[in-house]
Design a protein around this ligand. Structure first.
Ligand code: URP
Ligand code: ZN
Ligand code: ZN
Length: 459
C-alpha cells in the first residue's frame, strides 16, 4: 500500500516547507517538491498543515484507581486519541506494593493486548522499591523496551515511595540506562491538609485545591531535582503546574542540571476558579488547577525550552464515578478527560493565539516525547524511514468542543462549548489512514506496543 500526500505545509520541530510525502508500507520513503510517484492513494493537502503524529506520554487507560477504573479503555482511549491527532500514547503500569513489576506488567497486558487502535507504550510505576524490584529494572530496560520508571511522591498510603526508595531506584535506573519520572508533590503535607480540612467539615471540591498548595509542589520538585542531581539519574517531572515548581527547576539549571519538565494542556488553559462551581468535581485532579499567573509561567517555560512536553494526564471518570466524592472531596476519583482535545487545544490556544510558534508546537506535542522516551526518529517527526504517523490539519477551521461529539468514553467534557480554531482532518498511523472526515478507519488490534530504547535525559 502506498500513499502520496501532495502540497501540504510540512512542519517539524525545526523545519517548515511545502512539499509532498511518499509513503510505502508503514514508512515515509520520500519527501520532496512535485514528486511524480504513482501511489495507491493520493491525498491533497493544499492549504493544510502537515504534522508528525502527536505523542501523549501521560495517559491512564482502564486504570484501577481510587476504588474505580478510569472510564476509557485501551480501545476507546486510543481511538479518541487518533480523532484528536495523537497517534501514540504512553500509559502507566502501577506496581502493587508487595508484588513484582512483572506481575503488574502481566496485569496491564491482560487489559491492553489486542485492544489498542493507536500505538502505545508503558511507563512502569514503581510503588515498592526493594531488593526484588531492583533486580527487575534491567530486564524492563533491556528486554521489555520499557525504559522510564514512574514514582509518586504523593498519594500517601497508596502509591507514594519515600526518599530512601527514590534514591535507590535512581541509582539502579541510571545504571541500566533509563529515566525516572515523578509526580512531584509533598505527600505528607497533602495528607495533613486533607485530614485537617475533613476534620473541619470542609468537604467541597474547593478543598481538594486548598489541600495541595503551590508549596507542596515546589518543595517536592526541588527535592526530586536534588536527588536526581546527587545520583546523576535523568529525571522528568510529570504534570508540572506552577511557578514555584518551575522555578525549582530553573534553579537546578544554575548548577547545569537538566531536569526534564512536562506540563499538561489543562494547566495552560483553565484555572482553579472552576473548583467553585457546583460541578467542580469534573476538574478534581492532582496536582490541582492553579492560577492565571501559573499559566503565564508555563507558556514562558515552553518558550524558554524548560517545559519540554505538553501531555494530558488523561484519566477520565464519568459523572457517576465523580459522585463517589459528592460528600467528601478526598473520595472524588482524581483526573480529567483530554486525550482527544490536546492537539487542537494547544494549536488554538498556543499557535493561533500567538503564544508559541508552529515549530514549538510540534516540538512539545510530538518530537520531544519521542526523543525523551527513546523512540526518535522512528516516531515524533516527518523524515525518511520514520513511521508514517501523520496529521493533516486545517489551521483555519472553526469548531467547538462538546461531549455530544467527542469520542472519549465520558459523559461530559472539561472544555464544553470551547470555540477552537484549527481542526484535525486526516490522520495516518504507520501508513494506514486512521481518521478521515471524522470517521475512524482502523480496528482495535491495529495499535502496536512500541518497544523503546535506552535514554539518557539529553534531547
Ligand atoms: O489526577 C490525576 N492526575 N490522576 C491520575 C493519576 C496521576 O496522579 O497522574
Ligand atoms: Zn500524577
Ligand atoms: Zn497521571
Amino acid at each position: 500500500m502506498s500513499i502520496l500526500i501532495k502540497n501540504g505545509r510540512i512542519i517539524t520541530a525545526d523545519s517548515d516547507q511545502v512539499a509532498d510525502i511518499f509513503i510505502e508500507g508503514e514508512k515515509i520513503k520520500t519527501i520532496g517538491k512535485n514528486l511524480s510517484r504513482q501511489a495507491d492513494e493520493t491525498i491533497d493537502a493544499s492549504g493544510k498543515l502537515v504534522f508528525p503524529g502527536g505523542i501523549d506520554p501521560h495517559v491512564h487507560l482502564d486504570m484501577p484507581f481510587m476504588g474505580t477504573y478510569s472510564s476509557d479503555n485501551y480501545e476507546t482511549g486510543t481511538r479518541a486519541a487518533l480523532f484528536g491527532g495523537t497517534t501514540m500514547v504512553i500509559d502507566f503500569i502501577l506496581q502493587k506494593q508487595g508484588n513484582s513489576l512483572q506481575a503488574a506488567l502481566n496485569e496491564w497486558r491482560s487489559r491492553s493486548n489486542g485492544n489498542c487502535v493507536g500505538d502505545y507504550s508503558f511507563h512502569m510505576a514503581v510503588t515498592d522499591f526493594n531488593e526484588g524490584t531492583k533486580k527487575e529494572i534491567k530486564h524492563f530496560v533491556e528486554e521489555e523496551g520499557i525504559t522510564s520508571f514512574k514514582t509518586f511522591m504523593a498519594y500517601k498510603g497508596a502509591l507514594m515511595i519515600d526518599d530512601r526508595q527514590m534514591v535507590g531506584l535512581m541509582e539502579e535506573v541510571k545504571k541500566q540506562g533509563g529515566l525516572v519520572t515523578v509526580h512531584a508533590t509533598n505527600g505528607d503535607m497533602i495528607d495533613y491538609l486533607v485530614s485537617k480540612h475533613r476534620e473541619e467539615g470542609k468537604l467541597s471540591p474547593l478543598y481538594h485545591y486548598l489541600s495541595q498548595p503551590e508549596v507542596t509542589e515546589a518543595e517536592a520538585s526541588e527535592r526530586f531535582a536534588d536527588m536526581a542531581n546527587y545520583t546523576g539519574c535523568p529525571g522528568y517531572i510529570v504534570h508540572l503546574t506552577c511557578e514555584g515548581a518551575l522555578n525549582a527547576v530553573r534553579n537546578a539549571t544554575r548548577r547545569n542540571q537538566n531536569v526534564l519538565v512536562e506540563t499538561c494542556i489543562q494547566y495552560l488553559v483553565i484555572d482553579a476558579s472552576l473548583y467553585e462551581r457546583v460541578d467542580g468535581a469534573k476538574w478534581v485532579m492532582s496536582p490541582p488547577l492553579r492560577e492565571k499567573k501559573d499559566q503565564q509561567t508555563l507558556w514562558a517555560g515552553i518558550n524558554q525550552g524548560i517545559v519540554k512536553v505538553v501531555a494530558t494526564d488523561h484519566c477520565p471518570f464519568k459523572w457517576q464515578q465523580k459522585l463517589m466524592g459528592k460528600d467528601d472531596f478526598s473520595k472524588i476519583p482524581n483526573g480529567h478527560p483530554a486525550i482527544e482535545n490536546r492537539m487542537e487545544l494547544l494549536f488554538s490556544e498556543g499557535v493561533y493565539n500567538g503564544r508559541i510558534s508552529l515549530n514549538k508546537y510540534v516540538e512539545v506535542a510530538c518530537t520531544n516525547p519521542a526523543k525523551i522516551f527513546g523512540m526518535f526518529p522512528r516516531k515524533g517527526t516527518i523524515g525518511i524511514d520514520s513511521d508514517a504517523d501523520i496529521v493533516i490539519f486545517d489551521p483555519n477551521e472553526k469548531h467547538s468542543i462538546s461531549a455530544s461529539s467527542h469520542h472519549m468514553n465520558v459523559d461530559y467534557s472539561a472544555y464544553e462549548g470551547w470555540e477552537l480554531t484549527g481542526k484535525v482532518k486526516t490522520v495516518l498511523l504507520r501508513g494506514r489512514v486512521a481518521i478521515d472526515n471524522n470517521v475512524c478507519k482502523l480496528e482495535k488490534g491495529y495499535g502496536q506496543f512500541i518497544k523503546r530504547n535506552k535514554v539518557n535525559g539529553m534531547i
